[in-house]
Design a protein around this ligand. Structure first.
Ligand code: BDP
Length: 698
């Protein structure tokens, strides 16, 4: 069990009664049409069912008791059972799974309006077996809530991965297009199994060379692998490509030569990849070129690219992750630049916004742009790779983080205007909608480094499909498929997964602290750091600790960032009394002696949080130890070792932060808590020249 098979293991069902149930209900599969996508679906269904049921399943045209009949609504058998009106309700990608009688035979129908829906339905049927559900009376209709469900790879052409902690890039550019690694196919299967339908292959800090013919051939080879799985390829486009690979002297979006370059590039791209998805663009952010270099706006830049792609049906995903090195609060800058552009983007542009206003911290309030740009489809950007949550050595299940943001109410159109309703386009009736995760995938045999980090990839896909799923349901599904359906196992491991994010917040950045990590590599704590070339790359900029207290005053007395929220939210965050303590230091500079709900003062509460975080990792270790006999030896040992590292690093975070903040509070660590074994200078002296994942930026 090296983890390579992810959640698609298909090992035979061990429960005898259940096995009997499945063998009674499924005996054969029937696919009456062929297409690349249906062939992929049939192959998956055969492989999965045969593995799970431990017996041969025939693919036959004859209908018998237990036939799985899969196809679109055009299929004659299916249309005699399910009306096309009913199937039409599932849209372009949804599906129906239904138990039915056909000429006296009991069958299972898997249907959709298009082949890709059938593929998703087959994966859903397999999931039912993998999670040990009963299948004798099925009646499932499932429709994705979000249209573009994507992974963003931050992979460089030299195979390093910016903020990647699971080995090198899985794209072997050198061997492409001639050599198709089995990994590409298994990657596509895994994505399709959770409904991911788009992948950006390269880093947002992009190299223009990917747009040259030699690379387009390679990109086309990957697109061909992904096509049968309903996945489109997208590329990060470097805004200055006209200069770098087009021999032009400018990349000004209003320059006719530049426009012609992109139009010709789009024509060329579509000649290689007829279903190419479009461009993802990071512009005028962290040193990347962009339209502002020519005094043009983000809308000018995005619309110019959008015009080039439009005739081919492509889209532009323009990132809103921007901040300048100026005196204004970094929190506010994306809003300040983008909000005034609402309504100015072409209809094939989405603006991609990170979940929070700063940068993928363990906890952030939702980004104030959500709800503030009604005329623009806003795409969600989550980060799967754990840049700020312990790399791939800490077990941190991110579904609770994603849910917290998606469920947050923006009040944009009154109560009930959750971020999720902006992301799925329903609040403003947008045609386009999207959710992306910055990939945590690499060349490690188990794909994600930490065996449990696979769950974050899984969760992104499942939530993009249906954000009403709870974190607990997702953890349950993933654990059953990836490890075992054993109840003892689930009882011990699920709570540990579900609490893991809050535990990480507690030992890293409790009560609304943020951006305390080491400079550049982002590994470990460095709340003292103040030497970066930009003020807003320094932890001291964000926590503002002094003798009086700690936290960033974002009320009208301070930076007034809260004014970017709807007044209901601003009122809540802006008042220390009503501000949820978990966000407190995001919005207030709070005296050390401030009385918390617990009856402790802020300093004591901070200490208790840090200690409880580190202690909870010991609890996670005990939970894991308790399933030793239920888990395969290989993954048991891996997770055990990783929890050992996590424990040490949680203590490191705790000690470094508590000792540092103590220099301001001047108060003792509460007597009940163990003293840190080392002094602050020890933690300050640590250096990490070879920490993984460092990218082109800070
Ligand atoms: C930051 C990363 C940096 C990325 C940047 C981005 O540290 O490597 O390039 O985000 O999202 O979190 O563009």
């Amino acid at each position: 069990e090296d983890g390579y098979r992810l959640w698609l293991r298909y090992d035979s069902i061990t429960d005898a009664a259940l096995l009997k149930h499945y063998r009674q209900n499924i005996t054969a599969i029937h696919f009456d049409a062929t297409s690349q996508v249906l062939n992929a679906a049939a192959a998956e269904l055969l492989q999965g069912l045969q593995g799970l049921m431990g017996q041969e399943i025939v693919q036959t045209n004859a209908i018998q008791d237990g036939s799985v009949v899969a196809g679109t609504a055009q299929n004659k058998i299916i249309s005699s059972i399910i009306s096309t009106e009913e199937t039409d309700k599932t849209g372009k990608e949804g599906f129906i799974i239904k138990t039915a009688m056909y000429k006296g035979r009991k069958i299972i129908v898997v249907t959709a309006t298009r082949d890709v829906g059938v593929l998703y339905g087959c994966f859903a049927l397999l999931r039912l077996l993998q999670t040990n559900q009963q299948i004798n009376t099925l009646n499932i209709t499932s429709v994705p809530k979000v249209k573009l469900r994507m992974l963003n790879h931050w992979d460089n052409l030299n195979r390093t991965v910016e903020r990647g902690y699971a080995g090198m890039s899985i794209w072997n550019w050198h061997k492409l297009p001639g050599y198709i690694d089995q990994r590409y196919i298994d990657y596509a299967r895994a994505n399709a199994s959770v409904g991911i339908n788009g992948v950006v292959l390269n880093n947002v800090n992009a190299n223009a060379v990917i747009l040259s013919p030699a690379y387009l051939e390679k990109v086309a080879a990957l697109a061909a692998v992904f096509r049968p799985y309903g996945i489109k390829v997208y590329l990060s486009a470097r805004f200055s490509a006209p200069i770098e690979i087009g021999n032009l002297e400018t990349a000004d979006p209003l320059n006719a030569g530049v426009q012609a370059f992109w139009q010709q590039k789009a024509d060329e791209l579509y000649s290689y990849i007829p279903d190419f998805g479009g461009f993802l663009v990071k512009a005028n952010s962290e040193g990347q070129p962009g339209p502002q270099n020519y005094n043009r706006s983000h809308a000018d830049g995005a619309n110019m690219l959008a015009a080039a792609l439009k005739p081919h049906g492509g889209i532009v995903i323009w990132r809103a992750f921007v901040y300048n090195n100026n005196d204004d609060d970094r929190f506010k800058q994306a809003y300040n630049e983008f909000q005034p552009l609402d309504g100015k983007f072409s209809d094939n542009v989405l603006v991609q916004v990170k979940n929070g206003p700063v940068d993928f911290q363990p906890r952030e309030p939702f980004h104030p742009l959500f709800g503030a740009m009604p005329a623009t489809p806003l795409m969600m950007e989550f980060q799967l790779t754990q840049e700020y949550l312990g790399f791939s050595t800490h077990l941190v299940f991110l579904a609770p983080l994603f849910k917290e943001c998606l469920d947050a109410d923006t009040y944009a159109k009154g109560k009930g205007s959750q971020v999720a309703k902006i992301v799925d386009g329903s609040l403003e009736q947008h045609v386009l909608s999207g959710m992306a995760g910055v990939s945590n995938i690499g060349s490690d045999i188990n794909w994600t480094g930490h065996p449990f980090a696979q769950a974050n990839w899984y969760a992104l896909g499942r939530l993009a499909w249906d954000y009403t799923l709870s974190a607990s349901e997702i953890a349950d599904e993933w654990l059953r498929q990836t490890f075992t359906n054993d109840n003892m196992f689930l009882k011990a491991v699920k709570p540990m997964m579900l609490d893991s994010r809050e535990i990480c917040v507690n030992y890293m950045t409790p009560l609304g602290l943020h951006h305390l990590m080491g400079y550049s590599h982002h590994y470990g704590p460095a709340p003292w750091y103040n030497k970066a070339e930009r003020a807003d790359w320094n932890p001291v900029y964000f926590h503002k600790a002094d003798k009086n207290g700690v936290g960033f005053d974002r009320t009208p007395k301070g930076s007034n960032a809260i004014a970017q929220y709807n007044t209901v939210i601003a009122g809540k965050f802006g008042n220390l009394k009503s501000c949820d303590e978990q966000f407190m230091l995001w919005f207030h500079h709070v005296p050390w002696t401030h009385m918390m709900q617990s009856g402790n003062n802020l300093w004591e509460a901070l200490c208790y949080r840090y200690y409880s975080g580190a202690d909870s990792v010991a609890w996670m270790q005990r939970q894991w130890e308790s399933v030793k006999n239920i888990v395969d030896e290989e993954r048991f040992k891996q997770v055990k070792m990783l929890l050992g590292i996590q424990k040490e690093e949680a203590i490191w975070w705790r000690n470094a932060c508590v000792l540092y903040f103590q220099t301001f509070s001047g108060m003792q660590i509460p007597a009940a808590l163990e003293r840190p074994g080392k002094i602050l200078d020890y933690y300050k002296s640590l250096s990490f020249p070879y920490a993984p994942g460092i990218g082109g930026n800070q």
